[in-house]
Design a protein around this ligand. Structure first.
Ligand SMILES: Nc1ncnc2c1ncn2[C@@H]1O[C@H](COP(=O)(O)OP(=O)(O)OP(=O)(O)O)[C@@H](O)[C@H]1O
Ligand SMILES: [Mg+2]
Length: 211
């Protein structure tokens, strides 16, 4: 699994501290700072020994919490829920909420105020749960598609949107630590990120440190 090592996480935390302070001079200070703060929180939570306990997690509850958190950013974006009846999974609720929040905020940013945000859950078989988040934004070019999960890859370098290229790196890390997979399909006008998680979720090997 290509995840972040403890040393990489520590370096990132230092770096983000700097960005956080730099952020105060940026135009969209508040949303940048909030996003960075939330990345810091997720890196910290799983870098610590006193991380949260594994529990039964309802993915729909997590999605609803994340949607509520991002509600003020929707503007004219219409959220559509297509929830199937899916079982709970064993995992870390807070980390999984970071996954949903990162994917939803990317989708919302891509649509820049108008479009349809579809959040779907399904059970492809009796031992897996799938979450698909679809937006009607401009899509991701084939060249960018190969790099979006890379650490620090971002196209949000403008004055209005500021990104660190961390959201998807952290997202994939958390998904893989839950023994899941993440896939993306994108064309102009339709981008879907699909996360597949085993119902058994995190096991002992997934929690083990890589370093
Ligand atoms: N739904 C989407 N539609 C279009 N492009 C996307 C979408 N999701 C991700 N991307 C592209 O992938 C890049 C990397 O995403 P990622 O979440 O890792 O970083 P970011 O959003 O730029 O910054 P950060 O998440 O650290 O604030 C984005 O800059 C954007 O170009
Ligand atoms: Mg992002």
């Amino acid at each position: 699994l290509g995840g972040l090592s403890q040393a990489e996480r520590a370096a990132l935390l230092d770096e983000m501290d700097l960005y956080y302070r730099l952020g105060t001079s940026l135009r969209n200070v508040r949303s940048s700072a909030k996003r960075i703060a939330s990345h810091v929180k997720s890196l910290r939570s799983y870098a610590r020994a006193d991380r949260e306990k594994r529990t039964d997690v309802g993915v729909e509850e997590g999605l609803e919490e994340s949607l509520m958190l991002l509600n003020h950013k929707l503007d004219d974006i219409e959220p559509v829920r297509a929830f199937g009846s899916v079982p709970t999974i064993t995992g870390f609720a807070g980390e999984l909420n970071q996954v949903w929040t990162n994917l939803l905020s990317n989708a919302i940013q891509a649509m820049a105020g108008t479009g349809t945000l579809t959040v779907a859950t399904s059970a492809p078989d009796s031992s897996h749960v799938q979450v698909a988040i679809t937006d009607t934004g401009p899509g991701i070019s084939p060249a960018d598609l190969e790099r979006i999960f890379d650490l620090h890859f971002t196209t949000k370098e403008g004055r209005v949107e500021f990104g660190m290229g961390l959201g998807l790196t952290i997202t994939r890390d958390i998904v893989e630590r839950h023994n899941g997979t993440i896939e993306v399909a994108s064309r102009p006008g339709e981008t879907t990120f699909r996360v597949t998680l085993p119902v058994s979720g995190v096991d002992a090997t997934a929690i083990e440190r890589k370093d």
